[in-house]
Design a protein around this ligand. Structure first.
Ligand SMILES: [Zn+2]
Ligand SMILES: [Zn+2]
Length: 82
């Protein structure tokens, strides 16, 4: 995990390198996705990676990219336990 403090950034999986003053994980670090940004494969917006292998800015983009039912469609599934 990437640990940021006022003075230094460290990773328990690699030696942090600074590129243009920006702390980055070494190539191949298993935590290199942590805190990185990615481009949504559906809408193309930039988002912060919160899961390893994450490629969509949110679930609705993933759903629409894969053709899964949208959240709007799921709203029809009302819970009748009231
Ligand atoms: Zn690292
Ligand atoms: Zn998106």
């Amino acid at each position: 995990m990437l640990v940021c403090t006022a003075a230094r950034v460290s990773c328990d999986q690699c030696q942090i390198v600074r590129i243009n003053g920006i702390p980055c994980h070494e190539t191949g670090c298993p935590d290199s996705w942590d805190g990185a940004t990615g481009e949504c494969e559906n809408c193309g917006c930039e988002f912060e990676l919160t899961h390893r292998g994450h490629s969509f800015c949110d679930d609705s983009c993933a759903a629409s990219y894969h053709g899964w039912p949208s959240e709007d469609a799921m709203e029809e599934e009302e819970d009748d336990q009231d």
